[in-house]
Design a protein around this ligand. Structure first.
Ligand code: GLN
Length: 313
């Protein structure tokens, strides 16, 4: 069925926000030094309907770094550029069952990155962005994600510097991919573009607009701009459903029934095709790196709004 009327959705979003405000589970990420300084009390929710209805609650306009949520949108841009088959062959679509930053999956699979939502696969995906220099590739990523958000996004320079100074593991993933012949170009440069994409500054409101663009067959419901095709949305959401919350993706799909992507700064966006998107922001994370409060609030919203894809009634 369709979403309830605007007033009812507004009421449900407010209820979700107040219901989980007192939740204290999880810990803020600290492997990227600057993220350890995040205020654990921040909590924002946003829902954007494909018809353009907007709902914000709490800290929905507070900026934070997009982190791994960028992977979903860069993946969509890569399919737009290279097509379904080529990207599937290069990056893969199967869950690793391992942590997002694991090197183990690469070693077990002849250097194949397995899927675009873990760091290895995301680095391989970023390498597919067009451009003859890394500056050009980065600008394509920034412009592409800005089109999804419906506003010009910019880099959080402090987050970028903090992660660039401590991303030995991602550089190792880049070089491992290269050692298996699965990455052309300079791994350090590709990883630099990837590190920048993760440091793009967004809000929960932005994430909901970005997700709603995927829910709306690729048309941004706020600006009316076509960003990607409906086929690209379908492919992106299918892979996100099985991989977006890393090794917890199965639990999430079983309980909530929506494709969702998380980032270590505390954002999560869940997409209900044909209906809209729900985004949460709250820095404390579970041990897979997924925001605790965002998961709870989005779960509540999925149930209250009737969004579970597998529910026939
Ligand atoms: N930039 C982070 C990293 O590469 C993103 C990880 C995440 O959000 N899970 O480690």
């Amino acid at each position: 069925g369709a979403l309830p009327g605007w007033d009812r959705v507004e009421e449900i979003v407010r209820e979700a926000h107040s219901r989980f405000s007192a939740e204290r589970g999880g810990r803020v990420a600290d492997y990227i030094p600057v993220l350890a300084e995040a205020d654990p009390d921040l909590f924002g929710l946003a829902v954007i309907e494909v018809g353009g209805g907007l709902h914000d609650a709490g800290d929905a306009r507070h900026p934070f770094s997009i982190q791994s949520i960028s992977k979903m949108f860069v993946y969509a841009l890569a399919i737009r550029e290279h097509g379904h088959e080529r990207v599937r062959d290069i990056v893969g679509v199967n869950n690793t069952g391992l942590a997002f930053n694991s090197v183990v999956a690469l070693e077990l699979n002849d250097g194949h990155p397995m899927n675009p939502m873990v760091n290895a696969g995301a680095i391989a995906t970023t390498a597919l962005m067009p451009g003859s220099t890394t500056a050009e590739q980065w600008e394509r990523v920034r412009e592409g994600l800005s089109a999804f958000a419906g506003r010009s996004l910019s880099l959080d320079g402090v987050v970028y510097a903090s992660e660039a100074a401590t991303n030995e593991r991602n550089r190792a993933l880049g070089w491992l991919l290269r050692s298996y012949g699965r990455l052309s170009g300079d791994p350090d440069e590709v990883v630099d573009v990837y590190t920048r994409q993760c440091a793009l500054s967004v809000t929960a409101h932005d994430l909901a607009v970005m997700g709603a663009t995927l829910a709306d067959g690729g048309v941004n419901p706020v600006t009316g701009e076509r960003v990607v095709s409906a086929e690209v949305c379908r492919d992106t959401l299918a892979v996100v459903a099985s991989t977006g919350l890393y090794e917890r993706s199965g639990d999430w799909l079983f309980e909530i029934g929506l494709p969702a992507k998380s980032g270590v700064a505390g954002g999560i966006v869940a997409v209900a095709p044909g209906k809209g998107a729900v985004a949460g922001f709250s820095p404390p994370l579970d041990d897979a790196g997924n925001s605790v409060r965002s998961q709870m609030a989005i779960g509540y919203l999925s149930r209250a709004l009737g969004l579970n894809l597998f529910a026939s009634a």
